[in-house]
Each structure stands twice: as C-alpha cells, then as structure tokens.
Ligand binder design. Structure first.
Ligand code: GDP
Length: 296
C-alpha cells in the first residue's frame, strides 16, 4: 500500500505518524488535503464534496480516530472508495443481442468518437472475430464522414457510405438494413458532435437511439475536459440511457478527474480508456490505477 501512495497522501500519512493523539479534527485536516488533491485533478466541486462526505463517514465508522495508523487507514479508504466508484459496473461491452448489435457513439465534437469507433471496431474484429460495419451520421461535417472511412479501413472493418444531404436517421436505418442483409455482427454508429451541448444535437441523437435501440450507448468524453465534464455528462445522461463511458486522451497530462465526475453523474460503467491517437490506443479502464493517478 505505502509504495502506491501518491506524494500528497504520503505526506498526510507522515504527518499523522508524528501525532501522539489523533482527533476528529486531525481527520478533518487530512480530508482537506484529499479534497485539494481531487480539485487539483479537476474533479468537479459538487462531486468532490459528496465524495469527501462519503469518505468521512467511512473513516469515522472505521475508527480512524484512535487507530494506530490513522493516516494510512484514511488514505487506504480514499483509494478504495475512488477505485470502487470508478470501477463499478460491467466493463465489457454487452453485445448479447440478436445481431447486428448496435453501438451508438455519443459525445461532444473532438471528444474522440470517430477515433474510438475505429478502435472498438478493430478490437471486436481481432479479439472477438466479429464482422463490424461502421457508419457516420455526422452530416454537418463531410470531413468527419471521410475521417471515419479512413480509420475504418485501418481497423480492417467495413464502412457504410453516407453524404451530408441525408438525414442521420435515414443513414442509420440504411446501414442497419445493409448490416442485416450482409450478416454483420456489429454496427457502430458514429454521430455528430457539437462544440457545446445544443438541443438540435440532443434531439437528433435521442431519435437515433429510440429508432435503433442500441445494445450499447457509449458516452465518449475527453479526460482533459476537467470541470466542464460534469455539465456535458449531465446533458447526455438526461438525453440518453447511457450504457458505458469511454474516457479518451488519458495519454495526456491531465490527472483524469473527469472520470470520477462523469461516473458520478451518469452512473454508467467506464468501459474503455483511450491512450493514444493510434488505432491500437485503447485499453480496458483500470479503476485502481486511475485512482492513483487522480490522487497524483
Ligand atoms: P470526434 O469529433 O468526437 O469524432 O473526435 P475525433 O475522433 O475526431 O478525435 C478528435 C482528436 O482527438 C483527433 O485529433 C484524435 O486523433 C484525438 N484523439 C482521440 N482519442 C485520443 C486519445 O485517446 N489520445 C490522444 N492523444 N488523442 C486522441
């Protein structure tokens, strides 16, 4: 445990060691440090507050006050709680439906939807030997359709053409017909993103969802997004029954506090982590490792 400690928390443990008597106010001091660490990692403030309250309750319940190693006990509670919250839920994709299983990709523009679509296509093709079709419903940006075509080819999957003059719903249903006729196992539907949440975007993806009834609705979110992640997550959760989260750009230098915020708001399991721009840059999300990263 001690070797896995972040610097900040290691400092807390050390400070507590020098104290002859541990009081509830010492615990408060320690929690203040934890709070700082979470805020520095860009976990959204309301989420930090709730988390600290939860840890405090556990800490007092477990007799941190009076324990021989209060610092260590508290830090271990913090680590465990973080990992437990972020690791909650089924991490694997649920494609156990009548094929083709549909995966709907949701998120803001630039979050990494198109890249992740190709990464997942490759993963499914190589690891599970699935026959995968991709399609883009981003009729607002012809470049996005072309981008999906390119990365789908890199993934060794098949791409279904679409054009900006079509309606996203028509595109998706045409792709679904094609997927059925040609016995695809999985259809991944990439969608348009905006730079900020707007109602047109939300209505469009809501409509896609209710028509397609996807097996998975993945919310793709940029780990660098920081405090804003909470608002984005809330808007998408209100619009769609999300089944999973993909946290992208974890290769960047953010501490990834968005993971906790997004998980807290949506309740959906974090299924994947994007770890590079390359097509192989995707991993199953590791909650314990990520807890360590958040605490810095
Ligand atoms: P979309 O607008 O949501 O479809 O986002 P894109 O898939 O086009 O990705 C936006 C940018 O982020 C592109 O330059 C991608 O190469 C990059 N990107 C996506 N995922 C990752 C990742 O996990 N790590 C890094 N470093 N870059 C990523």
């Amino acid at each position: 445990m001690a070797s896995a400690l972040s610097d900040k928390l290691a400092k807390i443990v050390k400070e507590m060691r020098g104290q002859a008597r541990i009081t509830e106010s010492n615990v408060q001091d320690m929690l203040r440090e934890v709070r700082m660490a979470l805020l520095e990692a860009d976990v959204a403030l309301p989420v930090v507050r709730e988390f600290i309250a939860r840890v405090k309750e556990k800490a007092l319940g477990q007799d941190v006050v009076g324990s021989l190693k209060p610092g260590q006990t508290l830090v271990s509670i913090v680590n465990k709680e973080l990992a437990a919250i972020m690791g909650e839920g089924q991490a694997e994709l649920n494609l156990n439906v009548q094929p083709p299983a549909i995966i709907l990709m949701a998120g803001l523009q630039g979050a990494g939807k198109t890249t992740t679509t190709a990464k997942i296509a490759k993963l499914l093709r190589e690891k599970l030997k699935k026959k995968v079709l991709t399609v883009s419903g981003d009729v607002y940006r012809p470049a996005a359709i072309e981008q999906l075509k390119t990365v789908t080819a890199q993934a060794g999957a098949e791409w279904f053409p679409s054009t900006p003059d079509q309606k996203p719903l028509d595109i998706a249903t045409a792709a679904l017909d094609y997927a059925k006729k040609h016995y695809f196992d999985v259809l991944i539907v990439d969608t348009a993103g905006r730079l900020a949440i707007d109602e047109v975007l939300m209505n469009e993806i809501r409509e896609l969802h209710s028509t397609l009834q996807p097996a998975e609705t993945l919310f793709v979110v940029d780990a660098m997004q920081g405090q804003d992640a909470i608002n984005t997550a809330r808007a998408f959760k209100e619009a769609l029954p999300l089944t999973g989260i993909v946290l992208t750009k974890l290769d960047g230098d953010s501490r990834g506090g968005a993971a906790l915020s997004v998980k807290h708001i949506t309740g959906a399991p974090i299924k994947f982590a994007g770890v590079s721009e390359k097509i192989d840059g995707i991993e199953i999300f590791d909650a314990e490792r990520h807890a360590g990263r958040i605490l810095g």
